[in-house]
Design a protein around this ligand. Structure first.
Ligand code: KIV
Ligand code: ZN
Length: 391
């Protein structure tokens, strides 16, 4: 059976940008949108047009700029929001309106002071109205993660009848376990009439560190679109990280899914997003963190020097990183020291290395990392000692 494509819906400029401190101006948004288009994402969620004139402008400008990718604007389930999104998306080659409403009891009772029947009515009205502007309408059932499955199925069935083309099942609070989220998608596939005609989308938040695992569980159970952000940025603990999804499907061929993403751009785009938003990437972040391909313990370094695959499941070149790095610390062994010395032009014999290693450990114990300059100093001292000895 040939592999199936998973659509990548990037929401860096919407769910990601709404995070405090991540605000971008129009020029920065356009730059990121252009790079996302090149990266190969299927959908760019460019913003929430009604939220501010600046966001409206940005969605409008991105719609004009982007040629290959669907451009999407977020709305709540009301006419004003939908009209604003439709206007902002007017020039898009492939416009999508993303509308929706909270469906969990907590949202229905506390947020809307409403009831289930009225929520279905509003959902259907919103989709029907959005369809008067664009063909491609994605519906989100906010807090679907905590929504009763039978009610969620009813909402989905009604919005499909109203013309929704994509059904977004957000775990808005990041509450679900992978098995639970996967079963929810399966339940919808088994119980919603017409679901085979639409794309199911996973939108997962990372409050319990499960956003990526949940999205994968969703796909295994029938979803075919994942909503994600570069570096996993997004509300609170963030969203599913785009780079993780791409590499999971690349590394696990047995899952039989692929994306159209050019993975070699991942590191560069991660850095661009981080720098533009002023949002640091944690060093141990999977795929794009500065330590993702760095080895510091002696046992690991020895293994990687002998064969990279002993401790690396991803070839760094595949995600745009030049090579793995061997970081010298007090936990490093002789082979790592020899490797790094060779790298700066010193081939050492076994006896020389034994002496140098003792001196290296003294330096390493006094600082966090032994860097190139320390090695040059070490070799300088070593050569002088030898010269004195034989003078
Ligand atoms: O987390 C969420 O539920 C959302 C929706 C607005 C799609 O971001
Ligand atoms: Zn979200």
């Amino acid at each position: 059976m040939s592999a199936e494509k998973i659509q990548i819906f990037d929401t860096t400029l919407r769910d990601g940008e709404q995070v405090p401190g991540c605000k971008l101006n129009k020029k920065q948004k356009l730059e990121i949108a252009a790079r996302l288009d090149e990266l190969g994402v299927d959908v760019i969620e460019a913003g929430f047009p009604i939220s501010s004139p600046g966001d409206f402008e940005a969605v409008n400008a991105i719609s004009k700029l982007v040629k290959n990718t669907t451009v999407c604007g977020l709305t709540r389930a009301n006419k004003k929001d939908i009209e604003s999104a439709a206007k902002a998306l007017q020039s898009a080659a492939k416009p999508r309106i993303h509308t929706g409403i909270g469906t969990s009891d907590s949202h229905i009772i506390y947020k809307f002071n409403s009831n289930r029947e009225a929520i279905i009515e509003r959902a259907v009205e919103a989709v029907t109205y959005a369809k008067t502007f664009v063909d491609d309408v994605e519906f989100y059932a906010e807090d679907a993660g905590r929504t009763d499955n039978a009610f969620l199925a009813k909402v989905c069935e009604e919005v499909i009848k109203a013309g929704a083309t994509v059904l977004n099942i957000p775990d808005t609070t990041g509450y679900c376990l992978p098995l639970e989220y996967g079963n929810k998608i399966k339940y919808l596939r088994d119980n919603v009439q017409g679901i085979e005609n639409v794309i199911i989308s996973c939108h997962n938040h990372n409050d319990l560190g499960l956003a990526t695992a949940n999205a994968v569980a969703g796909v295994i159970n029938g979803a075919r679109q994942i909503e994600c952000t570069i570096n996993g940025i997004g509300e609170r603990a963030g969203n599913t990280a785009l780079e993780e999804i791409v590499m999971i499907f690349k590394q696990h061929k047995e899952l039989n899914f692929y994306t159209d993403i050019n993975a070699q751009m991942l590191t560069e785009l991660s850095q661009l997003t981080s720098e533009t938003m002023g949002m640091m990437v944690q060093p141990n972040k999977a795929i794009v963190g500065s330590n993702a391909f760095a080895h510091s313990s002696g046992i690991h370094q020895d293994g990687v020097i002998k064969n990279r695959e002993t401790y690396e499941i991803i070839n760094p070149a595949d995600v745009g990183v030049n090579e793995s790095s061997i970081i010298l610390t007090a936990r490093s062994g002789r082979s790592a020291l020899a490797y790094r010395l060779k790298d700066i032009g010193f081939d050492t014999s076994k006896n020389e290395l034994d002496i140098l290693y003792e001196q290296f450990l003294e330096i390493a114990d006094s600082k966090k990392e032994v860097v190139r300059e320390d090695l040059i100093g070490l070799m300088h001292q070593f050569t002088q000692t030898i010269q004195r000895k034989f003078a």
